[in-house]
Ligand binder design. Structure first.
Ligand SMILES: O=C(O)c1cc(C(=O)O)c2c(n1)C(=O)C(=O)c1cc(C(=O)O)[nH]c1-2
Length: 256
């Protein structure tokens, strides 16, 4: 976001719709977290079980923050139609009625990696950077203009290809991963495109000035930073140099 603050966009014509969309997509091509070394190791079967466990434990914090950020977003929306559209995102993660939702599916993954559910949901063993990054996302949607808050979800435009790569790579490489464990990502293959298509249309329609458009592109950059920072922290703690911060989960440690 910082790089846009210094530029005064007043009086500059808005980008045509197709160029605005291309600017959003270019952020993903440049810096989405599919390019991160940790993901290359994860999907390529190069991590050991403890390293995959650290990823799943930390990423739970992201899963848990997403419905909170959607609720925070909705609390600011006066347009009933927009709330009606948005609310299914919370149901997708938290579940509704008999349907357990994405968080339940994520816990199936952490079960398979040997964690107790109490330990995972307490978030006690998560890395400091994970907690800071996910809360920054929640705060962002509280503080930014609504259209910019919607734009911050647009990294989901780039998610289906990383989910496909992850399903194939992890099923092939790790004997502790099976179809049931990968169910979370399979479900996202249909949920994410629906969400990101709506959000993209909303942003293209509602960011009217060049300044608003630039703020939306900046929101996608910010969100890429949220995702990237989590992987940097995982890599630093659990791959190399392997410096695990005090209080964070240590492989072999009882996790109750
Ligand atoms: O595995 C991934 O790479 C990945 C990335 C993202 C994303 O780009 O923010 C999301 C998800 N997964 C995801 O599963 C998910 O539910 C989700 C919700 C959101 C959002 O911003 O509202 N992003 C993502």
């Amino acid at each position: 976001m910082n790089e846009i603050v210094a530029i005064d966009w007043r009086g500059v014509a808005p980008l045509p719709r197709d160029e605005f969309e291309a600017a959003i997509r270019a952020v993903g091509a440049e810096r989405y977290h599919n390019k991160h070394e940790f993901h290359k190791l994860l999907h390529g079967g190069k991590l050991n079980k403890d390293q995959v466990a650290a990823w799943a434990l930390n990423r739970y914090c992201y899963q848990e923050a997403v419905p909170r950020k959607d609720a925070a977003f909705m609390s600011r929306v006066h347009d009933r139609e927009l709330r009606r559209e948005w609310i299914h995102r919370i149901h997708d993660h938290d579940g509704l009625g008999e349907e357990g939702g994405g968080i339940e599916r994520w816990l199936v993954l952490t079960d398979a990696l040997g964690f107790s559910r109490d330990y995972v949901t307490s978030r006690r063993g998560a890395l400091p950077a994970t907690k800071f990054a996910v809360e920054a996302y929640v705060r962002f949607v509280v503080e930014q203009p609504l259209v910019v808050a919607v734009a911050s979800s647009l990294t989901e435009l780039f998610a289906p290809s990383i989910h496909r790569e992850r399903i194939v790579g992890m099923l092939e490489s790790y004997d502790f991963v099976d179809d049931q464990v990968m169910a979370y990502f399979k479900r996202r293959l249909t949920q994410a495109p629906r969400d990101s298509e709506f959000a993209l249309g909303y942003v293209l329609d509602n960011a009217k000035t060049r300044a608003e458009q630039e703020a939306c592109v900046g929101a996608v950059r910010f969100k890429c930073d949220v995702l990237w920072a989590q992987l940097d922290a995982l890599h630093h703690a659990y791959v190399t140099p392997g410096l695990i911060p005090p209080g964070a989960w240590r492989p072999g440690e009882a996790n109750v």
